[in-house]
Design a binder for this molecule. Sequence first.
Ligand SMILES: Cc1cc2nc3c(=O)[nH]c(=O)nc-3n(C[C@H](O)[C@H](O)[C@H](O)COP(=O)(O)OP(=O)(O)OC[C@H]3O[C@@H](n4cnc5c(N)ncnc54)[C@H](O)[C@@H]3O)c2cc1C
Length: 1001
Amino acid sequence: MRKIDCEVLVIGGGATGAGVLRDLAMRGFRAALVEKGDLTHGTTGRYHGLLHSGGRYVVRDPVAAQECMEENRIIRRILAHCIEDCGGWFVLTPWDDPDYVPQFLAGCRRAGIPVEEVPLQQIWHQEPYLNPHISLCYRVPDASADSFAATKAHIEDAQGRGALVLNYHQVVAIIQHNGRVQGVRCYDRVKGEEVEISADLVVNAAGAWAGQIAALAGVTVTILPGKGIMLAVNHRVVNTVINRLKLPSDGDILVPAHTVAIIGTTDVRVEDPDRLAIEPWEVELMLREGERLVPGFRSMRILRAWAGVRPLYQEVARAGDDDRQVTRAFVLLDHAERDGLEGFLTITGGKWTTFRRMAEVTVDAVCRKLNTNRPCRTHLEPLPTPTHGYHHLGARLAQVEKETTFGKLICECELATLEDVSHAIQKDLTKTLDDVRREVRLGMGPCQGGFCSLRAAGLFHHLRCSVQEEAHLCANQALLDFLEERWRGLRPILWGDQLRQERFNELIYRSLLNVEQLPRPKGPLLTVEPYLSSACSTGPDRGVAFSPEEKQKEEKTADSTPPMISVGDEMDVLVIGGGLAGLTTAWHLVRHGLRVRVIAKGWGALYWHAGCVDVLGNLPNAQGSTEVINPKESIAWLKEHQPDHPYSWLGESSLNESLQAFQGLGRQNDYPFYGSLEHNWRLPTAVGAPRLTCLAPETMIAGDLTSRQPMMIVGIDGYLDFYPNWVADNINALGIPACGVILSLPALQARKSLTTLFLAQSFEQAAFREMFAEALLSQCGTQVTSGEWRIGLPAILGIDQPLRVLRHLEELLGAKVFEIPTLPPSIPGMRLHNLLLGAIRRNGGIVWEGMQVNGFLEGEGGRRIDLVWNEAAARRRAHRARYFVLATGGLLGGGLVANYEGTVQETVFGLPLEYPAGRGNWFQERFITESSHPLYLSGVRVNLDMQVLSSQGELLYENLRVVGTMLAGCDPLQERSLEGLCLASGYRAAMSILAEERAVR
Ligand SMILES: Cc1cc2nc3c(=O)[nH]c(=O)nc-3n(C[C@H](O)[C@H](O)[C@H](O)COP(=O)(O)OP(=O)(O)OC[C@H]3O[C@@H](n4cnc5c(N)ncnc54)[C@H](O)[C@@H]3O)c2cc1C
């Protein structure tokens, strides 16, 4: 067993523990700190972000109020770079009791809190989104505070003074001898081994877990863990901290924090601070109270939810007490005086705002107990900081602009640069990507890690592969854990746009990269536990049913009085949606002579996906998820076991014919696709996992993983979306010899950013290819020319003539070359898009982009669609056609929208849908699951002609067809069936329209 010795050991790496450690180090103690997760893993990293003035507590908890105000002044001085001096307001809304106001003002005076009234006209000038019915407003010195940065600053300062910090070390026993604590035994969660730390004195600063630690020492400390949840809305709806002018209650504070605003919180007693749920009623309550402060709040995009646990202390617990009544002041327990146990102190209760004082009081007690007199200096000596003054919102952007690092962003949402992330990864204490997140805010913006997760995991591998064994396994685990961690805070708030974003992330990590197939380490895991589903929560269900605020429901009904102009001729067919399903349908129709117009809001999943044709790669069945080797056989299985799945009734012939037609189109355009329904390709993804796909373009097939030929995976220095050594290590793990190469190309060195698109355009130039080949040959000449190796590159081999590029490169290198699709935008996807677009236009079809359908008109007594319209230049433009095809891309494409109320809507025609009722039934606990999240099976039910059926099975509109991922009963991302479904359903819809046309003529 590893043994460590120190004078004072601190348990808990939150604000209090970090504060105690720094104070100890400043007073010259040999100190150490252990934390079971990463620093700020507890409540400190899950709080509301408010540096209290104390105004909140002046009436009910005056001691806490005074402590807050005094510390507020000190924290501003010593930790200015972690504070945004946004100020705070207490506002009286129509729901608040005006009788509270005099009590509030008197309390502020008593606690020494400067307070002044804000003139009403100034309120909305400064905060235009605030409720216009606010009738009083007082300014206090509240501020917004970054607890990650503050804890980091304390820990680094303490380390600089010789303190030892061990994260991921969980205290499992307190060592005692003769009534005296002599140290602790810890479990090192990274190495999976025990560590013994002896100390003259142990400080229990474990926050809401302090009772558990005390129990290990055999003493009782009653902590009342009070859970609170918070929601972040995706922009700063306010720039000032807004408090309600009333006794502390739920959802009554809105804090601007970096680029978002946070509403909080609730207060629910829980039994175990590690087993938390975010209850639907809590989310509802936050939305309702948010709405009272900022009208429209409930319809804004909520980014994330999280929960923290207050370490509320009561000497004697009284059952049934309201936690809001329990003091927020802190206590220091000397267990020698209290319980006859020497060498053990517990510091608990308090607020983040008062952590410094809690530390001071604790270390004063340490001095007394160790018979030494060393005065505290933490209130005098500011923490070291590279910047001066308070933090301000534009600071990061200013930094990026000054250093011109905008092309080197790993996380675009939070402006975390390559340098920031690399630096964080290389720190000794960093074990997971979540640790990197806390350091640089990685993945905390609107996309919640959509792009940066891959890049950060790639860097994790790149920076650690020379110093860490099996670095690829660690990077794989880091990526998977991070995806689960992001999902954990998303699941309670997934509806609307944030749900669509999440579906996009799923497309990247599951369907495109197939991360679940990555090998993982055998050792202990640092995975964060998901929030419990409501039913398993240890907290009470308050049984509060809030009636949702009156919300205008946008029921889609046929519009009877549209003043509108018609555009163009009446078409035979109008296709709504420009993704693969819409374009495929249009192409089949135009090549058979129909007049077709496609109107598209955007380009759909083609620009995001792999550019292959996935027909069926993963079949969740009774035995769990299975890889599909032979799609034809698996579709036959589906037919028997899942008759409602679109493949089951579309039939093999539609699928086969659509694939053959598509392959014919590829051949005609010198971009052939290879493969058949009988056999899936096994191709590498941009993380080196195998990906099963039915048809692959010629540029990819040399990457077939069923061949054992060695692979050389080549990336380009400065290109942040592809990490060749990581890919190669994971391919090696599949039993195929592989190595990674990063090429430094002098011609690109001066560029500020290297994008996929730029590289694809560069590869279209022969001179660039020659330069690339020369560089590769000079770096790994003999290997390349030996003929033994095949060369894998990210999918950047030109947009227009990829085969020419491929063949030229193969000629220059004397080796087979293949592409590996990486993060969107997808170059192979663009080629596919261009292929279809060209075919439609050459056959006389029209494609209009950037156009969103806003409504429609029925004809013939509601049995047909007469026209759809979009809005342009403040007019409605009508598009008339004899047939309409809806290809708007399901939840991913925006054709379906899932709402907060637990309903799902089809956005153009308001069609009847199948979906699981109630938001609580939409998702599973984990992001990566063996079967689909139930919501993702939602969609429109159609007949064999792709016409919509009502819930009673009746035909709805005779001239409307629905195709692609709008169909119910399948999850194209989980099943890896995205393109197959689009091709087959588009083909079937086109054939049905053509058959009807022939019958009419
Ligand atoms: C919802 C909510 C909102 C809040 N908002 C604010 C606010 O806006 N402003 C404010 O001033 N205060 C706020 N607070 C209070 C404040 O966040 C806490 O008082 C403060 O963060 C507590 O810090 P701590 O270091 O004492 O505890 P923690 O941060 O919880 O640290 C304790 C640490 O001990 C570790 N630990 C536990 N068991 C073990 C073990 N066996 N071995 C090793 N380590 C262990 C835990 O992992 C944890 O990291 C809020 C609290 C909640 C719950």
